[in-house]
Design a binder for this molecule. Structure first.
Ligand SMILES: [Zn+2]
Ligand SMILES: [Zn+2]
Length: 284
């Protein structure tokens, strides 16, 4: 189980996505692109940090399960057959991902965390791991807290995590896959690539991880026919090294506090201007 999301699965992902990106490339792009070493640091160091957060989320959710929710409710849910639990778990978890992801975009302090993920300019499958650990923890809280609190089985939640793991690689992959009419139901690579687009019209759109119909339902879907996103990234400077990216939200929050504090003397910028959150679309 330990290696389920570890090295073996990652090597399997390399074997799948490297050739897949050669065969069905949406854009011409090198395998050994910029930022590859940083992504490896995200892969191997983030896991430990995130695990601590996930354990805290699970503990809090199990406490709610045992002390707040009526036993009859959690018992009924826990007794549902595995094949019924899995689709329900995926639907609930993705709704959690949708709203936590949207909050990460529209709340300026949260955007400083999430902009680490959007800093990737050469989008490919590895962008899935280019995420600040606080970002991963917050989204995992949105997905997993309700599941553990409601009492779904560990097997059903484990299946969701496995599906989400592979879906995350796929939607970031530089591949062109035609989902046909299913593109309005399931999140495709094209759908998530638009989420990463730096074009104004595509900003703060396409928040779902698995089901694009959540974006259709909540008015945030953006999938123009016959067009491809032209550029990715954010409109403010971002560092590129792992440690600098890890420190980035804290640096940005401190800089904002100083800017907002009238007693602080504002020093002249020497090229290290802290980032301002980008314009976010209002919640609709
Ligand atoms: Zn995002
Ligand atoms: Zn992404």
């Amino acid at each position: 189980m330990r290696d389920l999301f570890g090295l073996t699965q990652f090597l399997l992902a390399v074997l799948i996505f490297v050739p897949l990106e050669r065969l069905f490339a949406a854009r011409p792009q090198k395998i050994f692109r910029r930022g590859l070493l940083t992504d490896m640091a995200f892969l191997f160091i983030n896991a430990g940090l995130v695990l601590a957060g996930v354990i805290a989320i699970m503990t809090a959710a199990i406490l709610v399960n045992q002390s707040v929710l009526p036993a009859a409710v959690t018992q009924t849910i826990g007794d549902l057959p595995y094949l019924v639990q899995v689709p329900v778990v995926i639907l609930i978890a993705d709704l959690g991902v949708y709203w936590t992801h949207r909050i990460l975009h529209v709340v300026p302090a949260m955007w400083q965390i999430h902009s680490v993920h959007h800093a990737v300019e050469e989008l490919d499958w590895l962008a899935a791991i280019h995420q600040h650990p606080l970002d991963v923890m917050f989204m995992k809280a949105g997905a997993l807290f309700p599941l553990y609190a409601l009492g779904f089985s560990t097997e059903a939640i484990g299946t969701y995590l496995l599906v989400y793991y592979w879906q995350a690689w796929l939607v970031h992959a530089n591949v062109r896959l035609n989902y046909g009419p299913l593109r309005h139901v399931l999140v495709s690579p094209e759908f998530h690539h638009w989420h990463h687009s730096s074009e104004t019209a595509a900003r703060d759109k396409n928040f779902a991880g698995m089901f694009s119909f959540y974006d259709v339902l909540f008015g945030s879907a953006y999938l123009p026919k016959g067009q491809d996103p032209k550029a990715f990234g954010v409109d403010h400077p971002m560092p590129s090294g792992y440690l600098a990216l890890l420190a980035y939200p804290f640096v940005a929050w401190t800089a904002k506090r100083k800017r907002d504090d009238p007693s602080e003397v504002q020093p002249m910028s020497k090229g290290g201007e802290p980032a301002r959150p980008r314009q976010s679309a209002p919640l609709s």
